[in-house]
Structure formats: C-alpha cells, structure tokens
Design a protein around this ligand. Structure first.
Ligand SMILES: CC(C)(COP(=O)(O)OP(=O)(O)OC[C@H]1O[C@@H](n2cnc3c(N)ncnc32)[C@H](O)[C@@H]1OP(=O)(O)O)[C@@H](O)C(=O)NCCC(=O)NCCS
Length: 135
C-alpha cells in the first residue's frame, strides 16, 4: 500500500534528481524557494518513491517537480500523489492549480481535469506548456 505524507523540503531532491534530471548535477534540482513550499511524498513499503511540491500565492497554487522513481512509474503512484495534492488544495480553499507541464506528460494532467493554455516554452532540453485546473 502506498501512503502520501507531507515531507521536509530536502527529501524531494533525491527523487527529483533520479526521475527528472539524472544527467544534471544534484544541486540543479534544488529550487531557490523550496523552503517556502509544501512538499508531499509517496511511500511504498516505507520507502520514499515519489514527490511533488506546492507553492501558493493567495488562493492560487503552482505545483512543481512531480516525480516518481523510474522503476515504479506506471503503477499509479503519480496518480495517487496528484489526487492527494488536488484534495489538499481544495481543503485549503485554493481556486486554481497550475503547473509548467513537460509536453510529453501533458496527457497525464488532462486525466485530472487540467486544461492546456497557450503559454509554452522550452528549457533544459524539454518543451513545456502551462496547464491549469479550476478547483
Ligand atoms: C509523469 C509521472 C509523474 C507519472 O507518474 P506515474 O506514477 O508514472 O503515473 P501513473 O502510473 O500514476 O499513471 C496514471 C495514468 O496516467 C498515465 N500516464 C502516466 N504517465 C504519462 C505520461 N507521461 N503521458 C501520458 N499519460 C501518462 C498512465 O498511463 C495512467 O493512465 P490510466 O489511469 O488510464 O491507466 C512519472 O512518470 C514521472 O515521474 N516521470 C518523469 C518525470 C516527469 O516527467 N515529471 C513530470 C514533469 S511535468
């Protein structure tokens, strides 16, 4: 059984690095405002296996760096993290949640009701599109 919990910011870094930017130096995955965020981890057999980070401004939330360990992708962990995150945002009475989605993952977000905007850009070798969910 997988369990989602709020976690200390620095616990996200190892998973982000392995799942998202393994070819970059470890420090590359640290965000300058990580310590202002709210971070969630999903544990499988007590092992941290996926993470996501939430940053709020007023009643709008941005989530960043959703990442599941490569060996455990495709087993529903990302979905469980997203559902937890969306419920958390609703409980906090946020009205909107958005993210910079990697284009190759955008269909994943559509499954949760996110819609694509016309804001796109390329960074660090990936194409991104801003996706939004009205809560
Ligand atoms: C994207 C990611 C977080 C998804 O997590 P996951 O645990 O592998 O996904 P799940 O197993 O929970 O998948 C849930 C559903 O989304 C689908 N899905 C998963 N990844 C997808 C992708 N990249 N594109 C489209 N659909 C995807 C699954 O097929 C599944 O569909 P179903 O419910 O119809 O069976 C994970 O693959 C990952 O960490 N990837 C590398 C880092 C990354 O790209 N992060 C996102 C940056 S925007």
């Amino acid at each position: 059984m997988a369990v989602v919990e709020q976690i200390f910011p620095s616990l996200t870094w190892r998973i982000r690095h392995i799942a998202m930017y393994p070819e970059h130096p470890y420090d590359f995955v640290k965000l300058e405002n990580d310590f202002d965020g709210i971070h969630f981890g999903i544990y499988v057999d007590y092992e941290l296996s996926g993470v996501v980070s939430l940053f709020t401004q007023g009643d709008v939330g941005q989530f960043r760096k959703l990442a599941v360990l490569p060996d455990l992708q495709g087993e529903g962990l990302g979905k469980q993290l997203m559902e937890y995150l969306i419920d958390f945002c609703k409980i906090q009475k946020l009205t909107k949640l958005w993210c910079n989605a990697r284009v190759n993952a955008k269909e994943f977000y559509v499954k949760f009701g996110f819609h694509e905007t016309n804001k796109t850009y390329t960074a660090d070798g990936f194409d991104f599109v801003v996706m939004e969910l009205n809560l």
